[in-house]
Structures are given as structure tokens and as C-alpha cells.
Design a protein around this ligand. Structure first.
Ligand SMILES: O=c1ccn([C@@H]2O[C@H](COP(=O)(O)OP(=O)(O)O[C@H]3O[C@H](CO)[C@@H](O)[C@H](O)[C@H]3O)[C@@H](O)[C@H]2O)c(=O)[nH]1
Ligand SMILES: [Mn+2]
Length: 487
């Protein structure tokens, strides 16, 4: 947001909203007529059941009366269920943003944005895929000095760290290249796949060569499980944080700032941070919710972005303008003030046309989320969501927002920041309850979003034609069952 007392941009187009909320009247009326007709039928069925005489039970077994009673109860139950299910369909809305107005009003004076990418297992989530996600957000259309990308590695894997270190080097070429040539999408793997038939310029060819070399180094390291010696020397500060008996479930906090764009450092690449929070077998780690809370605390002492974007490691940014779209909602002077978070749908690139397991969730994302948005806002679904930092940390609607702090002159000591990601930090605190992402539920995202709503906030749903984030969905029955059981 703007700095205190800085109103250079305020005067420009002050009154124009940054987004509008649209309704599709024809479609809504058609649905309501259909819905009313179904309701009418339901009422008739109820009336019939209650008024039609029960046949005389000749054998006096009571069976006929019993069947009648069960039918009555089931029909009432289905009817009520159907009525409740109309709420996410009754009043759908669509949001449209004006990023040009945002640019005119704020220029590059945008709030700091911290992106959290979570990964947990270098085998299931290959480091090369993870760094593609990181690179795609590092190249967002956003001032690099205002952007920071944090990778949380719950797998505590040297391979993931190595891949991120390689990506930090490659980013110095990739980010300026994307901005200069307005590249889309900004995940190098996805972009270079579309260009596979031929490169249009010498620059693209050079970038493709550098990417392929990097990818080969990362994949070889992952396959052999060996980090090259040169990398160990070059990134000694990072690797030295793994002691000889560190395992996935038992290690200290590992924190390395690979690119430091804080005060005084001119950068073309955003701040890039690797974090693997402390894990000990005797302490519960609370899965992704635990890692998100560690990220919230650690980032608060590094860049303290006022806005937080949270992404699963398999969801790359497919539209470099998505952060600006979300800010159109969050920074809107009138309507935006009530909105705590902006949720984009989860889209997937690995599905076939028939989408055997219905992973596209089309009813959810194309119908019900718009309906929920007309009713206070969609759920938080754990990825592709822009939050206000202070709201996720517990601010209630109506409480005064703390002005964005200038980055402090004093850069906190790494050891002090590491303590924020220790296993014991949250003991006897409100973390996981009133603060941060909630614990105790496998679908931590949904209950966290509902908790925010209970504090008086609304949310907004953005589903632009050009998909904002694209990921990987389960493709076989086993993976699908595991996921559904957790939800
Ligand atoms: O201990 C853990 C476990 C998972 N993750 C990360 O959490 C994300 C989601 O986990 P995944 O196993 O891929 O679950 P999905 O079922 O695919 O995730 C969906 O469902 C989750 C729970 O509702 C949401 O948090 C996710 O955002 C949503 O994409 C991934 O990036 C993981 O790396 C961690 O960081 N630490
Ligand atoms: Mn997933």
C-alpha cells in the first residue's frame, strides 16, 4: 500500500473502482424459475405423503406403515438437503478487475507481496517441478524489490535446496528475459514446451539452453541423490546447516536467503528464501498448516509483505498479471476494504477431456464458487489465494489496520529468525488457533477461511479466462482415493 503521507497517486482516477461485480441476469432468472419449479414439485410430494391415506395393513405386521414412515422421512430429508444446496446457486456473481486503473493509481508503489510455496517430499514432488513454480512466481509482473518468494521444504531435503540455489542463478536470466519479451506463461518448463517447435530469437535459444543445462544438473542430482561438489562449495552456508544425522523428520531449522532484495540492495530478481522448519519426532508438525505458520513468522522478520500468496509446489503461475488482479480487489477503496482474501480456482493441465475422476471440479469452480461469492465469498482452498497478512494473523473486521512498516534498517540476525521456526515456538500460544492457519483438520485451508469469515470478513473469487495458476491433479484411482479420504 502507499507509504504514510504519500498521496502522489491518490488524486488520479480516485473515484473509479478497481473492480466491478457483475450479475448475469438472464441466466440467474432461468435458474431461479427452474429452481422454483423443482421446489413446487417437492412441496407436492410432501403434501401427497402427508395427506394420502396409508393402505390398510391386512396382515397387521405394521410393515406398510413402517415403509410409509421411512419414505416420508427420506423425502423430507432430500427436500431439505436440496433447499440448502440452492444457497451457492441462487445469487452468483462475477468479478472483473481493471489492472490499468491500478497501474495509473499506484504505479510501482504496490504493497510488498510474499509468496509461499510449500513442498514436502522430493520424490513425490520433484525438485525441478518445485523450482519451476518458484521461477514462475519470481517472474510475476510485479516490482522485484516488492516481491519475495519463500520455499518451505517439509522434506528437509538437500536436493530441494540445491535445486533452489540453481534456480536463484537461473532467475537472474529468466526474470529479466520474461519482462523484456513479455513471456507467458512464466514457468520455464511450460513456456519452453510451447516453444518446442522452434525458437523465435537468439535470446530464447540461449535461455532454453541455460534452462536445459540447469534442469539436467537438478535431475541428475535427484536421480543419483548426490549434490555436485562445486555446489556444496558455492552454497556452503546453506549446506552446512544439515548435520550428519539430519533426517526428514528430525532436523533443526534450515534457513537460507539466496537472493536478498532488502533495503539498499538493487535487484532484478525478487528476494528468494529457503526454509525448512525444525522437525522433531516428539513434536507434532501439523503438516502444511504448520509450515504456513512458520513461513508467516519467518517472513515477518525478512520482508514482511502485507499481502501473502500461497501456492502448492505443483501450481505454477500461468498469468503474470494475477497478483495485480488480486490487488485490484484488495486495494479498492470502497468494496475492497471488507475483503480478506482473493481466491483463484485450482486448474490442472494434466487432465484428459473426459476427466475420469472429475478433478476439474467444474460444478465447484464454474458454478458454486460464483454463487458463494454472491453470498459472502468463496472458501479458502489452500492454493492460489491472496491473503492480507494481518487478517490471517487474527485481525478482526473493523479493527484498525496497521500501516505497512518501512523495511527496518536493522536486518534481523538469521539465528534469531530461525528460532521462529522451531518446534517449541508455538507452545502456549494462539498459533494454529486464533492466529495463522488452523490446526487439527486435514483440510486446514477451509476451516481457516471460515475462521476469517467468523471474524467479520468477506472474500472474493476471481476466475479470469486466462487461468491464473495451473497444477497437477491426481490421475489414478489410488491417488484420487487418498486425496478424497483426506478431504
Ligand atoms: O506436511 C506437509 C504436507 C503437505 N505439504 C504441502 O501441501 C501442499 C498440498 O498437499 P497435497 O498432498 O498436494 O494435497 P492436495 O490434496 O493435492 O491439496 C489440496 O488440499 C489441501 C488440503 O485441503 C490444500 O492445502 C491444498 O492447497 C490443496 O491443493 C503440497 O504443496 C505439499 O507439499 C506441506 O508443506 N507439508
Ligand atoms: Mn496436490
Amino acid at each position: 500500500m502507499m507509504r504514510k503521507g504519500d498521496d502522489r497517486f491518490r488524486a488520479v482516477h480516485e473515484d473509479e473502482p478497481l473492480f466491478i461485480t457483475g450479475r448475469r441476469t438472464g441466466r440467474v432468472i432461468a435458474y431461479r424459475v427452474f429452481s422454483a419449479s423443482v421446489f413446487f414439485c417437492i412441496c407436492w410430494i410432501w403434501l401427497y405423503r402427508v395427506t394420502a391415506p396409508v393402505e390398510v395393513d391386512e396382515n397387521r405386521t405394521g410393515l406398510v406403515r413402517f415403509v410409509w414412515l421411512v419414505m416420508l422421512v427420506t423425502e423430507i430429508w432430500f427436500g431439505l438437503y436440496w433447499i440448502v444446496m440452492q444457497s451457492p446457486r441462487w445469487n452468483p456473481v462475477w468479478r472483473f478487475t481493471f489492472t490499468d486503473r491500478l497501474s495509473r493509481r499506484y504505479g510501482d508503489d504496490l504493497p510488498r507481496l510474499d509468496v509461499f510455496v510449500c513442498t514436502a517430499d522430493p520424490v513425490i514432488e520433484p525438485p525441478l517441478m518445485v523450482v519451476n513454480t518458484v521461477l514462475s512466481v519470481a517472474a510475476l509482473d510485479y516490482p522485484p524489490e516488492k516481491l519475495a518468494v519463500y520455499l518451505s521444504d517439509d522434506g528437509g531435503s538437500e536436493l530441494t535446496f540445491y535445486a533452489l540455489a540453481e534456480a536463484a542463478e537461473f532467475a537472474k536470466v529468466w526474470v529479466p528475459y520474461c519482462k523484456r519479451f513479455n513471456v507467458e506463461p512464466r514457468s520455464p518448463a511450460a513456456y519452453l514446451t510451447c516453444k518446442a517447435s522452434g525458437f523465435d530469437s537468439a535470446e530464447t535459444e540461449e535461455v532454453a539452453r541455460l534452462y536445459k543445462e540447469m534442469a539436467a544438473r537438478i535431475e541428475t542430482a535427484a536421480r543419483l541423490g548426490i549434490i555436485p561438489d562445486e555446489a556444496r562449495l558455492k552454497y556452503g552456508d546453506g549446506f552446512s546447516q544439515w548435520d550428519s544425522h539430519a533426517t526428514r523428520r528430525n532436523h533443526g531449522t534450515i534457513l537460507q536467503i539466496l537472493v536478498d532484495g532488502r533495503k539498499g540492495n538493487t535487484v532484478t530478481v525478487p528476494t528468494l528464501v529457503y526454509l525448512s522448519r525444525e522437525k522433531r519426532p516428539e513434536h507434532h508438525h501439523h503438516f502444511k498448516a504448520g509450515s504456513m505458520n512458520a513461513l508467516i513468522r519467518v517472513s515477518s522478520k525478512i520482508t514482511c509483505g502485507r499481502i501473502i500468496l500461497n501456492l502448492d509446489c505443483d501450481m505454477y503461475s500461468n498469468n503474470s498479471k494475477s497478483a495485480r488482479d488480486a490487488l485490484c480487489i484488495l486495494l479498492d477503496e470502497k468494496e475492497g476494504k471488507k475483503i480478506a482474501f482473493v481466491q483463484f480456482p485450482q486448474c490442472f493441465e494434466n487432465l484428459t477431456k473426459n476427466d475420469l475422476y472429475a478433478s476439474m471440479m467444474r460444478v465447484g469452480y464454474d458454478v458454486e464458487f460464483n454463487g458463494l461469492d454472491g453470498n459472502g465469498g468463496p472458501l479458502y482452498i489452500g492454493t492460489g489465494c491472496f491473503h492480507r497478512r494481518d487478517v490471517i494473523c487474527g485481525r478482526k473486521y473493523g479493527e484498525v489496520e496497521v500501516e505497512e512498516e518501512e523495511e527496518s534498517e536493522y536486518i534481523s540476525e538469521t539465528e534469531m529468525i530461525k528460532a521462529l521456526a522451531s518446534c517449541t515456538y508455538e507452545e502456549n500460544s494462539q498459533w494454529g488457533k486464533e492466529m495463522g492457519v488452523k490446526y487439527g483438520c486435514p483440510a486446514e485451508d477451509v476451516i481457516t477461511g471460515l475462521g476469517i469469515k467468523c471474524r467479520g470478513w468477506k472474500s472474493a473469487y476471481l476466475n479470469p479466462k486466462k487461468k491464473a495458476f495451473v497444477g497437477v491433479a491426481p490421475t489414478n484411482l489410488h491417488q484420487m482415493l487418498v486425496q478424497q479420504r483426506r478431504w
